[in-house]
Design a protein. Structure first.
Length: 638
């Protein structure tokens, strides 16, 4: 597969002659790759078509805009990918990027942003209010310079009211930071028993046995690196890394850690019967059978995914075939949410790897992938899998119907979905961080507005998310006067040094990996923050609240018998004759878990009739009439 993908990419890379898009000074040139970019060229026509479609056929409110306020925010973080995947273009799994996660780390009521990074360290940015942020990484102690960081999860492991932080890395050792309640963190990894060294990826906290303490699930992709190290300290990818699913000896299974209390965890993976087979980049949890115990869905980025049902907090039994007979072959990110407001959790999975088989052209991005791989390579037949995104409608009684094409949620090069009611109409919408960058064409991020659970309307152009403020980003520097660097590029069939004997900065299309939806500026509407691969993030601030009077409610949970954050609780809000249901999982975007209040758009209703919380402890709590446009704290009765 490596050779096939590499050749496909280089066909794009070598199209035409080099275009010098800008000149920084007399010695640095900036060629753009690919120099003929059908993705970029298609943007004006796609924008016009979307505006026309919105005008004539959309029944959702889209009269608001997102603006990238990165400069105004003061955030100077820039994700830097390892050379292994940029300059050397090895087809490994470093290109999956890094997480962005959010929590109020110091208890001031404002939500702070943590950006994970591959090179140069992670960064924590304190929310100062008004859309402004300050870098507090050094004083917080969560930078981890020298490690290739991937996933990030905020959660309160000891029920003291302060969100702690877990970070996964590629062979650098995973890390648990304990928060002192004021935004200062201490590394307690070794005493906690969480210092696994592996090709770790997504992770999440949940209370699998409902004992009131949050347990931890860590996904591990599989062995895709060698013993040799690169210039940034990363382990260099093995030549056939993308064929890892054909080598069972390379699997690294997910690990479930039980919280024993007093900041100690124990590996109980084998004890509870968890051993999904596959390359797992991410996973999530929900109580799909409504028995009060959280179940787990493990994604497989190259093959069948796996659903495990919780048996009373003691063991897990795989029941994939009974509920999800077909899963996406190249799954990357997922989210449980109730898209049709019927009170049941549905499941949305995005599939990026299937899109690597063939280039469909921008006009075919809403269609499932046409697969050129052999049955031996996919380890099955094409009819065994879904070749693109999947949206499973929960019909009750354990029955799920796959409706992705019917509802219009197919997209191209997707990494992870974030879900939130961005137009506050009472129906949850989807943002999908997407794109592949060098040496491929430009790919869009997607915003899908929920039309009352009947379909999703493409809205990234009409709401200003696309085109991005800048379409290209510096990808890598190369000195074409250096024989070693010239030879390395020639072995890749790259033309970056043809006719040149100077220093060059290669420009590549921007692409996003992880994202989070939350009310960044506390104006009542939802904003979007991305962690873009090898580039600066996007701080997409909505003006919805300035365009119209909206109705909303934020609910922060405070468990007593249950875990402090109420992870695993189901919350139902009744307003204006409609009931809205959310499951508190903290998941937002690929690789990340955040600690945020639940946001409910209320449509045209100015009054909340009731709030019902079903706690993980089994307690059921009802709060009567609540006013609109406020944040309420619901504390579990003792």
């Amino acid at each position: 597969m490596e050779k096939r993908l590499l050749t496909s990419g280089l066909k794009i890379l070598t199209l035409g002659s080099l275009l010098l898009s800008s000149r920084a000074d007399n010695s640095i040139y900036r060629p753009r790759y690919p120099d003929e970019d059908m993705g970029k060229d298609s943007l004006p026509a796609r924008k016009q078509a979307q505006f026309e479609a919105a005008k004539h056929s959309y029944h959702v409110f889209y009269g608001f805009q997102f603006s990238d306020r990165l400069k105004e925010s003061g955030i100077t973080f820039k994700h830097r990918a390892v050379d292994d995947v940029t300059k050397h273009m090895r087809m490994g799994h470093y290109d999956h990027g890094s997480a962005v996660a959010v929590a109020d780390v110091d208890g001031d009521g404002l939500y702070d942003i943590y950006f994970a990074n591959q090179v140069g360290g992670n960064e924590l940015w304190k929310n100062l209010g008004g859309g402004r942020f300050k870098n507090i990484t050094q004083e917080a102690g969560v930078g981890l310079p020298g490690r290739v960081s991937i996933g990030a999860a905020f959660a309160d492991i000891d029920n003291d009211g302060a969100p702690d932080l877990f970070v996964t890395t590629v062979r650098g050792g995973n890390v648990l930071f304990k928060n002192d309640g004021h935004g200062h963190f201490k590394d307690i990894t070794q005493e906690a028993g969480l210092g696994l060294v592996a090709h770790s990826s997504g992770a999440f906290f949940f209370d699998y046995n409902n004992d009131g303490l949050l347990d931890l699930l860590v996904c591990n992709v599989g062995k895709y690196t060698s013993a040799e190290k690169g210039p940034d300290g990363e382990y260099i990818g093995i030549p056939n890394a993308f064929e890892g699913h054909l080598h069972p000896d390379r699997y690294e299974y997910p690990v479930l850690y039980k919280n024993l209390g007093n900041d100690h965890f124990k590996d109980v993976t084998a004890e509870v019967g968890l051993k999904p087979h596959g390359w797992c980049g991410d996973a999530s949890f929900a109580d799909l059978n409504n028995d009060g115990w959280p179940d787990i869905f493990f994604l497989n980025m190259q093959g069948h995914s796996h659903y495990y049902e919780n048996q009373g907090g003691k063991t897990f039994i795989e029941k994939t075939d009974q509920h999800f007979r077909k899963t996406p072959w190249g799954a990357m990110g997922l989210k449980f949410f109730d898209y049709d407001n019927d009170g049941r959790m549905d499941l949305f999975i995005v599939d990026m790897h299937s899109d690597m088989s063939q280039e469909p052209g921008p006009e075919n991005e809403k269609m499932k992938s046409q697969i050129a791989w052999s049955d031996s390579y996919i380890q099955g037949t094409k009819s065994d899998f879904i070749w693109g995104n999947a949206l499973y409608h929960n019909r009750g009684d354990g029955k799920f119907e796959e409706v992705s094409d019917k509802l219009g949620v197919e997209t191209y090069w997707p990494w992870g979905p974030s879900v939130g009611d961005v137009n506050a109409d009472g129906w949850d919408d989807i943002f999908i961080a997407s794109g592949m960058s060098y040496p491929y064409r430009y790919g869009i991020n997607s915003l899908l507005l929920n039309d009352h659970g009947t379909k999703f309307d493409d809205a990234e152009f009409v709401t200003g998310i696309e085109p991005r403020k800048s379409l290209y980003t510096p990808w890598f520097k190369i000195d074409c006067s250096d024989p070693a660097e010239r030879n390395a590029q020639e072995k890749l069939d790259s033309k970056v040094c043809v006719g040149r004997n100077d220093k060059t900065i290669i420009m590549a299309p921007r692409s996003s990996r992880s994202s989070v939806i939350f009310d960044l500026d506390n104006d009542g509407d939802l904003d979007i923050v991305t962690n873009d691969f090898n580039s600066e993030p996007q701080i997409l601030v909505s003006d919805l609240a300035q365009r119209k009077h909206i109705h909303w409610l934020k609910i922060a949970l405070q468990g007593t018998a249950s875990n402090r954050e109420g992870l695993g609780a189901t919350v139902r809000v009744s307003a204006g004759g409609q009931t809205y249901t959310k499951y508190n999982d903290g998941k937002s975007g690929y690789l990340a878990q955040s600690d945020l209040p639940l946001y409910f758009g209320l449509g045209d209703s100015p009054k909340v009739d009731s709030v019902e919380v079903l706690w993980p402890s089994g307690k059921k709590q009802v709060v009567d009439a609540v006013g609109e446009n406020r944040t309420i704290v619901v504390t579990e009765p003792r």
